[in-house]
Ligand binder design. Structure first.
Ligand SMILES: CC(=O)SCCNC(=O)CCNC(=O)[C@H](O)C(C)(C)COP(=O)(O)OP(=O)(O)OC[C@H]1O[C@@H](n2cnc3c(N)ncnc32)[C@H](O)[C@@H]1OP(=O)(O)O
Ligand SMILES: O=C([O-])CC(=O)C(=O)O
Length: 374
């Protein structure tokens, strides 16, 4: 069933063209450059999908090997950036840290010409996990973590720095899947932010910094974190059902459910749900996964609302020992590929994005002198 796309929020209005992805098109829930996301999540590593999105084709084995080697060599952070990260307090939100980190990187390693767009994107892809973990480990554990690891993948690099040891294969595999699922999603709010910024012919760091700000909110990327905060307050599946019924009665928004485009399911949910179940078995969980499943059942039964990509990411990340406040920054590590590819696409056929507004204010009137004002 197709969703009725109209009303506020520019819903259903075509705001430009893209060759990067399709969302909710009949027959294919979500595709990146013509490949089904499920197929990609089953068969690929995240770096292959990043290459596909950014460079336009799936890499050969040789191309993948050299791309990964290149990214491995770009993980280091300049001292000036480390100094900035060390000054950000422990109680800051990691999305704000990442926003500042990206902006600072733009000061230190400015994109001087659009010819450098692929290089600056690869650099961000390689060093965003370093930025997050360097700040997190310094502010929380007082450790200046080594960011130039030799881990094979971006997800592995992140988990290694976070936990101070090489990740298990299972966890590295889940990171590949998760980063693939989050990588690209057409004209969502953060990507549209990046494209609006790109349309002024601004630099890549500005586009990505703005996009991070848009992704941060709980109606968008911040939902995985908000979903975790909700489910960890439920002690059992029955408790979850009772409390959710109360939330629905009070007309509260339940994070991790619903979608601006999909009508009755999010194609990414089944995939991450399956991995969450495997991770639950791995850690011997008997609460969080059953609670999550009951939430899904209640929302569908009561409201015909379904889990979006964020909901089962919450339990999956939790089972891997990832602190809740780092959930949305992981989304950034992935969606960066989509943002940058959209910036490049906008630049390749640009006209400044400048819609109109329906004026609802006062009629034209004279300015009264200051003595005559109430
Ligand atoms: C990766 C991502 O960014 S995916 C999205 C992550 N965000 C969330 O999970 C936040 C929770 N979800 C929501 O707020 C919304 O579903 C959004 C922002 C994702 C989409 O918003 P919209 O397109 O405006 O939603 P939609 O038109 O389908 O809403 C229909 C009705 O369902 C309600 N609804 C939608 N989602 C939810 C929800 N999660 N909980 C409770 N009610 C909801 C709406 O309030 C609306 O009710 P109304 O007609 O009485 O006003
Ligand atoms: O497309 C949207 O509106 C939200 C989004 O980014 C996603 O679901 O990945």
């Amino acid at each position: 069933m197709a969703k009725q796309l109209n009303g506020a929020g520019l819903r259903g209005q075509v705001a430009g063209k893209t060759a990067l992805s399709t969302v909710g098109k009949s027959g294919s829930g979500l595709t990146y450059r013509g490949y089904d996301v499920k197929d990609l999540a089953n068969k690929c590593q995240f770096e292959e999908v990043a290459y596909l999105i950014l460079k336009g084709k799936l890499p050969t084995q040789t191309e993948l090997d050299s791309y990964k080697e290149k990214l491995r060599g770009m993980r280091g952070l300049p001292d000036a950036l480390k100094e900035v990260l060390e000054r950000i307090p422990k109680d800051a939100h990691p999305m704000d840290v990442l926003r500042t980190g990206c902006s600072m990187l733009g000061n230190l390693e400015m994109e001087k010409s659009f010819d450098e767009q692929q290089e600056v994107t690869d650099r961000m892809l390689a060093c965003f996990p370093s930025i997050i973990c360097y700040w997190y480990r310094f502010s929380h554990d007082g450790v200046r973590v080594e960011v130039e690891t030799d881990d094979d993948s971006i997800g592995g690099h992140f988990l290694h720095m976070l936990h101070g040891e090489k990740p298990r294969e299972l966890h590295e595999q889940v990171m590949h899947v998760s980063l693939i699922l989050y990588a690209e999603h057409e004209f969502n709010a953060s990507t549209f932010t990046a494209r609006v910024c790109a349309s002024t012919l601004s630099d890549m760091h500005s586009c990505v910094t703005g996009a991070i700000g848009s992704l941060r909110g709980p109606l968008h990327g911040g939902a995985n974190e908000a979903a975790m905060e909700m489910i960890e307050g439920f002690t059992s599946a029955d408790d979850a059902e009772e409390k959710m019924m109360g939330m629905l009665e009070r007309k509260e928004k339940i994070m991790g459910f619903g979608h601006a485009v999909y009508a009755d399911s999010d194609p990414r949910n089944g995939i991450i749900k399956e991995w969450s179940e495997k991770l639950a078995a791995d850690v011997g969980d008997t609460v969080l996964y059953p609670v999550s499943v009951r939430c899904e059942e209640v929302m569908w039964r009561e409201k015909k609302l379904f889990c979006n990509a964020d909901f089962f990411h919450a339990s999956a990340y939790n089972f891997m020992g990832i602190p809740t406040k780092l959930f949305t920054p992981i989304f950034v590590m992935s969606r960066l590929t989509g943002w940058a590819a959209h910036v490049m696409e906008q630049r390749s056929d640009n006209r400044i994005i400048r819609p109109s507004a329906d004026y609802t204010g006062e009629e034209l009137r004279p300015v009264p002198s200051i003595a005559d004002r109430a």
